[in-house]
Design a protein around this ligand. Structure first.
Ligand SMILES: Nc1nc2c(c(=O)[nH]1)N[C@H]1C(S)=C(S)[C@@H](COP(=O)(O)O)O[C@H]1N2
Ligand SMILES: [Mo]
Length: 200
């Protein structure tokens, strides 16, 4: 594996002068936040699927996913409950890379992420189609721990972390907006940490 790291910790400059978003405090720990515990998964029957408004559906095994072109990025992590963790190193496949693999149709406008625990979260396609939106399988050079979403999770450093589905197994391209788990329960659809878009 290459030891090169792409630094995305200056991402905040797009939104603010401050790296730490308002109302957040910095932590060095990496707390675990899950709606309902850590689901089981088995390497042999785990599959990752892409479907919906795409040219070609995709189904890949864990090993096939790890063979896709990957990169390591340094990025910050902001939880809507008020903590931020700086300088996380995640390795995985970027959203644009995955989108290119399946060929996104012109009528695709929205994306729904599906996960093993039944969690879902949504974003407009334009907010996903960014280099720093990563399908991550390694964290700080090790396999992503199960509690943090292993074998595969999404990270969204430009959004509060509930936009990044842990245990992600499916990406659905939609022609119209739909709401995810927390978005249906009052969390913000847009979730920009520097605008403190916590609730809708
Ligand atoms: N599948 C799934 N993904 C999820 C969640 C969840 O409950 N299930 N919680 C979200 C929330 S609210 C946050 S803050 C982050 C927490 O990630 P962490 O446990 O690695 O800190 O995961 C997000 N992704
Ligand atoms: Mo969260």
């Amino acid at each position: 594996m290459s030891s090169e790291v792409t630094d995305h910790t200056d991402l905040y400059e797009e939104f603010s002068d401050e790296r730490l978003p308002p109302g957040q405090r910095k932590t060095d720990r990496f707390p675990v936040l899950s709606k309902s515990g850590t689901p089981d998964w088995h390497r042999d029957d785990w599959r990752f699927e892409v479907w919906g408004a795409v040219d070609e559906d995709l189904t890949v095994t864990y090993d096939e996913f790890r063979d896709l072109p990957a990169e390591t990025q340094r990025q910050d992590f902001h939880c809507v409950t008020g903590w931020s963790k700086f300088d996380c190193e995640f390795t995985g496949v970027t959203f644009p890379q995955l989108a290119e693999l399946v060929g996104v149709r012109d009528d695709a406008e929205w994306v729904m992420f599906h996960a093993l625990d039944g969690y879902m979260t949504d974003l407009p396609l334009a907010e996903c189609d960014r280099e720093e939106v990563l399908f991550a399988y390694d964290y700080d050079g090790e396999r992503l721990p199960d509690d943090h979403g292993g074998p595969l999770r999404v990270v969204t450093p430009h959004k509060y972390a509930y936009k990044g589905a842990k245990w992600v197994t499916g990406v659905e391209f939609l022609t119209e907006p739909e709401r995810g788990y927390w978005e249906k329960r009052g969390y913000s659809d847009t979730a920009n940490p520097w605008e403190e878009e916590r609730y809708s």
